[in-house]
Design a protein around this ligand. Structure first.
Ligand code: ZN
Ligand code: ZN
Ligand code: ZN
Ligand code: ZN
Ligand code: ZN
Ligand code: ZN
Length: 239
């Protein structure tokens, strides 16, 4: 290696380059200079730009005009570049992946609320746009017909289509008393589920003397739009 470390005097004879390719400073008289591949470096600057280990001019690697040791050369070559700021995303950071590209956390924003997207906010795609998890749910997931909040996994809906829409499992019950249906059967009135008693109350088919439902009367719904369907439930149907 000694033969490749020249003094400034030697260098000016053979090289026109007066600046260090790493630090871009001009060489000064008596600086130790390394020449490699038609470039010149301060001896101290001729080191891996990632781990700073001194390099051997006969065995070093160059990538994007920077010099590296062999190991770090492979690291930078594989390095992921943020599609927003164009800077590398180091391996200790989990990139936000969206629309086939990678971003630093926070370097891409939700299309709806403009919050910077991170692992915490999540990043969901829909039709070439990226949303935070919350807005994605609000905008695109079906709403529970009881609490009106997005239904994700454990949804219930009627198997036979006699009742439209979806419910959270815990929200599914009689629209009047909110009691669940123990045998998974219920009555439907104006596209809402009811227990036997509250269905008959709406339908005006409770006996006036004993207050028990009169099942025969349900065939003649007294309210416009009322229905008398007995439906059954499909629990845990995936959305
Ligand atoms: Zn230098
Ligand atoms: Zn290195
Ligand atoms: Zn970035
Ligand atoms: Zn958002
Ligand atoms: Zn709900
Ligand atoms: Zn009820």
């Amino acid at each position: 290696m000694e033969d490749l470390v020249h003094s400034m005097n030697d260098m000016t004879e053979h090289f026109n380059d007066h600046t260090c390719a790493t630090c871009k400073h001009d060489f000064e008289y008596r600086d130790d200079v390394v020449h490699a591949d038609q470039k010149s470096y301060h001896q101290a600057c001729f080191c891996c730009q990632l781990c700073r280990v001194p390099l051997n001019p006969r065995h070093y690697f160059e990538w994007d005009r920077q010099i590296y040791c062999e190991r770090d050369y492979h690291v930078v070559k594989r390095r992921v570049i943020c599609a927003s700021c164009d800077r590398p995303i180091t391996s200790n950071i989990t990139p936000i992946k969206a629309l086939g590209r990678s971003y630093h956390p926070g370097h891409i924003k939700c299309y709806r609320c403009y919050c910077p997207l991170t692992e915490k906010t999540g990043a969901k795609e829909r039709q070439q746009r990226v949303y935070c998890r919350k807005d994605y749910k609000d905008l695109f997931l079906p709403k529970c017909r009881s609490c009106n909040r997005p239904v994700e996994k454990e949804a219930v809906s009627a198997v036979d289509g006699k009742l439209q829409g979806k419910w959270h499992l815990k929200c599914f019950g009689c629209h009047t008393c909110h009691e669940p249906f123990p045998d998974n059967t219920f009555y439907v009135f104006e596209n809402l589920p009811y227990c036997r008693r509250h269905y008959h109350q709406l339908n005006n088919s409770l006996c006036r003397s004993c207050d028990d439902p009169i099942e025969g009367l349900v065939l003649k719904p007294s309210r416009a739009g009322g229905s008398i369907l007995l439906a059954s439930l499909a629990p845990f149907a995936k959305v």
